[in-house]
Structure formats: structure tokens, C-alpha cells
Design a protein around this ligand. Structure first.
Ligand code: ZN
Length: 415
């Protein structure tokens, strides 16, 4: 096992760790540990909400989750010799839940998938599912099962939802400017169009005094993916992956967390992965001047690892850019089309006895594939959602006999 260079006591909040992490992006969050190109090391992570969610049968904690505290990031890890313009090469050697530990924090032998309430962040289908819901998952080696989703059992593709390098001062200002401009187009929207800087609940690593205040005031929120990487939520960014992050500040300052036991493409419920704390092992290196050499300036690139479950049969649900409720046509809108594909899958699964909420949670968490299938055939974009049939312990195929509905209980709901 490589040396742990950022450690987490899972019985404490990230605020109370010997070396606390941070929950805002800012160039001046002090480095928590230094490594060299060529080093291998382990980073321990809190679950992204700092364990606000419990292993129980009520979704009240998901309804009431304080997004100001998110995401809890481990780091920053400084890489000696990294300078703006370089590419930071990061290999994911291994990752998983908290090893050999059963407890109350997500990642200690269990994880969860949440549907956020419309009033608190929402999700991809929030107009159809405006309330909060939750499914608890138990880990059996690589396999996940849920008392809230009987009849389902699948192999997780573990991956970090979020890692990235620190932005430069100039890049941070651009983020804040453009996101504020978007929010200003409809400032009262629910859910909001974006989350702009807010010092409430900001955690700024080991910064103190006026530095801490400034970072809390200016620091970018962690929800979206941006030029530095960030909250990509790419399910195939798993063990064996190699990512090339743009470097914007001296030492690169790599931070992240939000580990997932599994996730469907799109992470459609917002908190749609199987969320957990745990560990991640890295190897790092540098390509000097790599940003210009490869034209990688506004985004990371990555090579997926070879580890993923081999599901070979799928039912594919197609969606087009038409709102069937109002019979409105949208022009090549892949978001509308993928939403229809998701709703079509939910409707199908309801015929087998799941509630809509259970189906929605399942599509967020299970290893489903989401694809843009056609994006030029005016006026309809065509997206498809590939549901692996092998995750069900009953026959989910369409046939002349019709679907066999069973009592499949319900997920955790609010009271
Ligand atoms: Zn997550």
C-alpha cells in the first residue's frame, strides 16, 4: 500500500481532521502535502456531503442536505516542479470504500443514492419527481445490492466523481464572472441556474485570517465540471485510468474526492451515483509545456482504464427532442432527448412493479450507458439509454406474455 499523504478519520467531520480539506476552488488554499513526479501515494476521502446522509429508511436527510458544505475535497496535493502550462499526468492505481471498516459514514460498507428535491438543487427529472428520495446500497466486494431496490444486483465501476487542479486567479475570476452572468438571466429560478461564491460553510483547508476570509468570499463552488477538471462524474474514470490535467498554478494543487461505488451515465438524480467515502491511490507525473504541445488548454483529457463490468446485453430506450406532454418540438436538443429516454425507461420499469422513484434511483446508480445517437437529423436529436438486462434477477425482456409485476417495495421517502 502506498503512503497515505492525506488521511481522513471517518468518525469526524472534514472540519475536524488533523489537516482539513476544502470545499471551494481557489488558488490560495494552502498545499496539504507535497509529492514528486514519479511518486505513488494514497489519498483518503470523506463522502461528498461530509456524511450528512445516514444508513436509514428516511429521505429527510437528503431533503435537508446543506449544499453549502459540499463537496468535501481532500488536498490540495502539490507536485514539485509543476508550473502553469504543464500537463499533470495522474494515474488511478486503485480506489474503493473505506477498507475493513463498518460504521455510520457512507463508504463504511455501505453507500447511498439520493434524488434531490426540486427546492434544493433538483435533478434531471425534477419536474416529474420534485421530492427527495433515497436508496441505501450494501457492498459485497465489487457487488452492490439495496433493500430499497429488490431484484437488482450489479458490479460497481468505482471512480472519483471529482478531481482537478487549482484555478489561477485569472481563471477563477472568469468562472465567477460568467456563472454570475448566467444566474442573472433568471436569478429567482428554482432550482438555480448556478451556484455562485458564498462564504457560508466554506472550508478553506489550513488557510487562516484574512486569507481564509478572502478564499471563502471568492472561492468557486464545486458542483460543475470546469477547465480544471472538477466534478466530471464520468463513470468510466476508474482504476487504470490516466488523466492529463491542465496546470494553472505553481505545484498544480490537485484536489478531489466524491468517490462513487457505481454510477449510470449522466448521474441523473444529481446525487445519483452510489456515494461513499474511501481511498484512492495515485501515481503522478508531468508533461512540461504539455498544454500548448497538445492543445489541451480548456479541459483535461483522459484514457479510461480497462476495468469495467462486462454486461453484454442491453435494452435501449430511445428519446427524441420532443416534449410529449405538450407536443412541443425542440431543435436538436440532446438534453430534451436524453430526458425523454430516461422517462421512457422509468415508465417501462414501472410495469415490473417498481415505483417511478425507485426506477429513477436505479438509472442514476446502475452502470447504464447514455449516448447521443443522432444529432443532425433536423429537427429531432436522438439519444439512447442502454439498460443492462443482467442486473435484474427476473426476466426484464419485452415478450408476448407481458411484464410480470411484483411487489418491489419502495425507496426511502420523506415524512
Ligand atoms: Zn458524487
Amino acid at each position: 500500500m502506498p503512503d497515505v499523504i492525506f488521511s481522513v478519520d471517518q468518525s469526524r467531520s472534514m472540519h475536524d481532521q488533523a489537516v482539513p480539506g476544502h470545499n471551494r476552488w481557489h488558488p490560495d488554499v494552502p498545499v496539504a502535502a507535497m509529492v514528486r513526479p514519479g511518486d505513488e501515494f494514497r489519498v483518503e476521502c470523506r463522502e461528498w456531503t461530509d456524511a450528512q446522509i445516514g444508513n436509514n429508511d428516511s429521505a429527510n436527510d437528503v431533503r435537508d442536505v446543506d449544499l453549502m458544505r459540499c463537496h468535501m475535497l481532500s488536498g490540495p496535493i502539490g507536485v514539485e516542479g509543476a508550473e502553469p502550462g504543464d500537463l499533470l499526468v495522474v494515474d488511478i492505481l486503485d480506489l474503493g470504500p473505506v477498507p475493513q471498516q463498518v460504521g455510520n459514514a457512507p463508504g463504511e460498507a455501505w453507500g447511498y443514492t439520493g434524488v434531490f428535491a426540486k427546492a434544493n438543487g433538483g435533478g434531471f427529472l425534477t419536474d416529474y419527481f420534485p421530492d427527495a428520495y433515497k436508496a441505501i446500497w450494501d457492498f459485497h466486494g465489487q457487488v452492490a445490492t439495496s433493500r430499497h431496490l429488490p431484484g437488482v444486483r450489479f458490479t460497481g465501476i468505482t471512480h472519483p466523481g471529482l478531481f482537478g487542479t487549482a484555478p489561477s486567479e485569472e481563471l477563477l475570476q472568469r468562472w465567477n464572472r460568467r456563472e454570475q452572468a448566467l444566474v442573472d438571466t433568471d436569478p429567482d429560478r428554482i432550482p438555480p441556474l448556478g451556484l455562485t461564491p458564498d462564504p457560508d460553510q466554506a472550508l478553506v483547508g489550513q488557510a487562516t485570517g484574512s486569507d481564509a476570509e478572502r478564499i471563502a468570499q471568492e472561492g468557486a463552488r464545486t458542483v460543475p465540471a470546469r477547465e480544471n477538471g472538477g466534478n466530471h462524474d464520468i463513470k468510466n474514470f476508474t482504476r487504470g485510468s490516466r488523466v492529463f490535467y491542465p496546470v494553472y498554478v505553481a505545484d498544480a494543487k490537485l484536489s478531489g474526492g466524491d468517490l462513487h461505488f457505481s454510477q449510470g451515465d449522466g448521474e441523473i438524480t444529481f446525487c445519483g451515483a452510489i456515494e461513499m467515502g474511501g481511498y484512492i491511490d495515485f501515481h503522478v507525473d508531468l508533461i512540461k509545456g504539455g498544454m500548448e504541445k497538445y492543445g489541451v488548454t480548456t479541459n483535461p483529457i483522459f484514457m479510461p482504464g480497462n476495468v469495467e463490468p462486462r454486461y453484454s446485453e442491453f435494452i435501449s430506450f430511445i428519446g427524441i427532442s420532443v416534449d410529449h406532454d405538450t407536443d412541443t418540438n425542440y431543435y436538436l436538443d440532446a438534453t430534451v432527448a436524453y430526458r425523454r429516454a430516461c422517462l421512457n425507461a422509468v415508465e417501462y420499469l414501472k410495469r415490473f412493479g417498481y415505483t417511478g422513484e425507485q426506477a429513477y434511483l436505479l438509472l442514476g446508480a446502475a452502470p447504464i450507458e447514455g449516448r447521443i445517437s443522432g444529432i443532425v437529423d433536423i429537427p429531432n436529436a436522438c439519444c439512447s439509454l442502454y439498460l443492462p438486462t443482467g442486473i435484474f434477477d427476473f426476466d426484464v425482456h419485452p415478450s408476448a406474455e407481458g411484464p410480470k409485476a411484483a411487489d418491489r417495495g419502495q425507496c426511502a421517502v420523506t415524512t
